[in-house]
Design a protein around this ligand. Structure first.
Ligand code: NAG
Ligand code: NAG
Ligand code: NAG
Ligand code: NAG
Ligand code: NAG
Length: 794
């Protein structure tokens, strides 16, 4: 019965929607451009083995701008890796020309422009004749025509937003020049934006800095230790899979220092970009999903990016878009804003009164914004005895735009940047800020324009009130006819309204946790037994209503004693919520790694391991429409009253239709659970879950996280140690010391070594060795042992 497998959805953030490239024009199957053979219109250079192409392209079809760029030639998603004329767009590719000039430089001319000077040129010092060659590394080189190894200029020395394998990002010690990656300004605009990555220009250190405007650093890689950068612990898991596919190193030579990386397998497409979001991202192409998969990014929190939202906007973590104008302000450049370029920020709808007119009666007023993380750059901290004094201090200075009183009085002047709205991310740093607005912003009369707006608003309100009243009548009627049960039954699922959800969860007052897909709240159904439920408020859902219902009803049909049961859902407007059965004993990670619970006995752990295997086996093999979970880890294993395991969050990646990779990378230590095929680009199958399950088993046995950072910054990858001990016949040393010897060693061996040993009989033993080699082999073996989950389950 198990037929079509449902893959976890990998929706990439970068939505390069339909790049229309010039069609029909003859394409040149050459990698070389020489004097007298200009490139124009739809003509292209294609690297020798076809990996990259160079030609004219248009990143945003709604804008008339064209560029010369390099992109991957063999994948269906147009992905630009380099742009020549980043800030000098062309208007018409048909009349534009890329040529090798008489001086031997590559130059780009806009045929429509009155000015005949090139819009872009390689500008190198040349002698004799030259050619431009597009290499299979994605590097465009200008070389001596008679000796191709004499490179006069190369695109790898002039980064755009992308750092390809083989490129060197660093500093020339003789000239003091540093190479820099500059993010695009917006997704449709390749002009250099505000965010850049470079080696610390201060010659002494080996750290890379992400900065805004080149002046405000907001993330550093830390210094090179010889194995990795101190602030990139992932790099120090030297034999973990994602990185074992790469070679990398920091070179500190006499003339230059730089970092360079490369992929061991040439077929793996991988790229490192400074994104429009101000984050650095490491992506790899997953052919089976036809998507770029993100496997590492920094800073992890979007709102840690400096000035991401510009002035007078607040940043909201886990929201799309991340930036919102403050009340009383509107986007300064709405078109750019829509394309993800928020740098210009927001502007006041109404000028401040007091400073403009000096009228005493038209005082400015303050809008109270609660639940914010205050910007750190308060420009004035004044002594003030009370909130009122603080307010007066702000009013007394025309450049003051906001204040916060918290015992002390902080003032902000001019454009307010780096304000974070934390109302949806409970916990961290809740402050209150007072935003200065014109008094008229608080009334709807006063000006003619406002009056009209007022009338329109009033009309809308009247209409809305009427509609609400009507709806209320209808709802009341339908309730009366249907009795007290609020939720309608849809298939086996209950369909709730948002108001139902509010009352079920007491207005979302008791938060159980926050997962990758949204926060979870405790609730109780209005039935006779007040059934406890866990309500998950999905975030960032992009799916339409119909598709959402279809997906939900599929998940609703999946029922197994080791899978969390979906009871109902709510889909109203843009709101999407899921109602699950509630598990009293929370998630496995809290019991394994937390200190507030007692130690799980070996018997319980063994039952949990079996339960998870049975649940997964069912998902993979037994249910009608099979599902690959893609995110097996202790956080997603819930425990019921009797500590039976229930796998949670299956089918959600697909449901939320969100960049699955984001889910992976935002989780700490996920690197430990991530199957190698996510990175290597081969097809994702149920074995990816088996790999993660194997990683989970190590944690169940040891009672510790597989990936732990040591004090010196390096990372301890437990499975490597455990496997080499295991192969030496030492089963006991990997067992959680807190069990005090109370574990059945046969079972431990079965759980810990089961997958491995079974695979060993199939030929993996041939590669016996020690240390890293063993662990890599072991993991390959675990992977090879896909169907074995079912066996463990029995
Ligand atoms: C070429 O180099 C010269 C001097 O090095 C500089 O003045 C000029 O702006 C450069 N032109 C371009 C197009 O980069
Ligand atoms: C080509 O140029 C390289 C680098 O400048 C040089 O080492 C090599 O000898 C040259 N080859 C010939 C045939 O001139
Ligand atoms: C941006 O950088 C320039 C110099 O590169 C500097 O003069 C300017 O003050 C910076 N802007 C801000 C707001 O820091
Ligand atoms: C890196 O080294 C430099 C110079 O030794 C030092 O100033 C800087 O603080 C170091 N960076 C970090 C993140 O430790
Ligand atoms: C307003 O505050 C700014 C920043 O603290 C200060 O430079 C300026 O002199 C103040 N203006 C007045 C009129 O006090």
């Amino acid at each position: 019965m198990a037929t079509a497998r449902r893959l976890c959805s990998i929706d990439v953030l970068l939505l390069f929607l339909g790049f229309p490239l010039l069609q029909g024009a003859p394409s040149r199957a050459t990698d070389t451009i020489a004097a007298g053979q200009p490139l124009s219109g739809g003509q292209r250079l294609v690297s020798r083995r076809g990996k990259f192409a160079l030609g004219f392209f248009q990143p945003d079809t709604s804008s008339p701008n064209w560029y010369i760029g390099i992109w991957y030639n063999q994948i269906p998603k147009h992905t630009t890796v380099w742009v020549a004329n980043r800030d000098a767009p062309l208007s018409d590719p048909a009349t534009s020309r890329l040529t090798v000039t008489t001086h031997g430089n590559l130059a780009l001319h806009d045929g429509r422009a009155a000015n005949k000077s090139p819009v872009w040129s390689t500008n190198a010092t040349t002698t004799g004749s030259t050619v431009g060659v597009l290499l299979d590394t994605g590097n465009l080189v200008l070389a001596d025509a008679s000796n191709a190894s004499r490179v006069l200029w190369q695109s790898f020395d002039h980064f755009g937003d992308t750092w390809l394998p083989g490129g060197k990002l660093g500093r020339n010690k003789r000239t003091g020049q540093v190479t820099r990656l500059f993010a695009w300004r917006g997704y449709g605009d390749p002009a250099p934006g505000a965010f850049s990555l470079q080696l610390d220009p201060d010659g002494a250190s080996s750290q890379y800095l992400l900065s805004w405007n080149g002046t405000a650093p907001y993330w550093t890689s830390g210094n090179w230790t010889g194995h990795g950068f101190t602030a990139v612990p992932e790099m120090m898991v030297t034999d973990s899979y994602p990185l074992s596919l790469y070679t990398f190193g920091y070179v500190d030579g006499a003339d230059e220092s730089y970092f360079v990386y490369d992929v061991k397998d040439d077929a793996v497409l991988t790229r490192f970009v400074v994104d429009v979001t101000g984050q650095v991202k490491f992506l790899t192409w997953v052919a089976s999903a036809a998507e770029w998969m993100l496997f590492w990014s920094e800073p992890k929190a979007q709102c840690d990016v400096y000035a991401l939202c510009g002035a007078f906007a607040s940043c909201v973590e886990n929201a799309l878009p991340s930036c919102r104008c403050l009340r009383g302000f509107s986007e300064r450049r709405p078109h750019a804003w829509m394309q993800g370029d928020h740098a210009a920020g927001c502007v006041r709808d109404t000028a401040l009164q007091r400073c403009a007119t000096r009228e005493a009666k038209n005082h400015d007023r303050f809008y109270t914004m609660p639940n914010v993380k205050l910007p750190s750059n308060a420009q004035g901290v004044v002594a003030a005895a009370s909130a009122r004094d603080c307010e007066l201090a702000c009013l007394g200075n025309c450049s003051c735009t906001a204040y916060a009183y918290n015992g002390g009085c902080s003032l902000w002047h001019d454009g307010l940047i780096n304000l974070q709205d934390t109302s949806s991310t409970a916990g961290t740093g809740s402050g209150i800020i007072q935003i200065r607005l014109a008094a008229s912003e608080f009334t709807s009369t006063g000006h003619n324009k406002k009056l009209i707006i007022g009338f329109v608003a009033a009309a809308v309100v009247v209409a809305a009130v009427t509609a609400i009243a009507l709806a209320a009548v209808l709802v009341l009627r339908s309730r009366r006819s249907k009795g007290p049960t609020r939720a309608k039954l849809e298939g086996s699922l209950m369909a709730f309204t948002y108001r139902d959800m509010q009352s079920v969860t007491k207005n979302f007052s008791e938060k159980l946790g926050g997962g990758a897909f949204g926060s979870v709240f405790k609730g109780s159904l209005p039935d006779a037994t007040a059934t406890l439920v866990a309500v998950k408020k999905l975030e960032g859902v992009r799916q339409g209503e119909k598709q959402f219902r279809a997906e939900v009803s599929t998940i609703g049909t999946i029922q197994h004693v080791n899978l969390i049961r979906l009871l109902g859902f709510c889909s109203q407007g843009t709101r999407r919520l899921l109602v699950y059965e509630h598990m009293r004993n929370s998630s496995l990670d809290r019991h394994l790694f937390g200190s507030s619970h007692g130690v799980l006995s070996w018997e319980t752990r063994y039952q949990i391991a079996l339960g998870v295997a049975r649940g997964l086996d069912y998902l993979h093999e037994k249910c009608r429409d099979c599902i690959i979970h893609c995110d097996i880890k202790p956080e997603n294993i819930l425990l019921d009253d009797a500590f039976a395991a229930k796998v949670a969050d299956f089918g959600l990646a697909k449901l939320v239709g969100r960049d699955f990779s984001r889910v992976l990378t935002t989780m700490r230590g996920t690197v430990g659970y991530l199957a190698p095929e996510w990175i290597s680009g081969t097809a994702i199958t149920a074995k990816a879950d088996v790999f993660s399950y194997g990683m989970l088993l190590f944690e169940i046995v040891s009672g510790r996280r597989n990936v732990e950072q040591r004090r010196d910054g390096t990372v301890d990858f437990f499975p490597s140690t455990a496997v080499s001990r295991l192969l030496d016949g030492d089963v006991r040393s990997a067992v959680d010391g807190r069990l005090g010897g109370g574990a059945d060693m046969d079972e431990v061996e079965r759980v810990q070594g089961g997958v491995l040993v079974r695979a060993g009989r199939r030929g993996c033993q041939a590669e016996h060795g020690n240390g890293r080699a063993v662990s890599r082999r072991a993991r390959r073996c675990q992977l090879a042992a896909g169907p074995e989950v079912a066996q463990i389950a029995r």
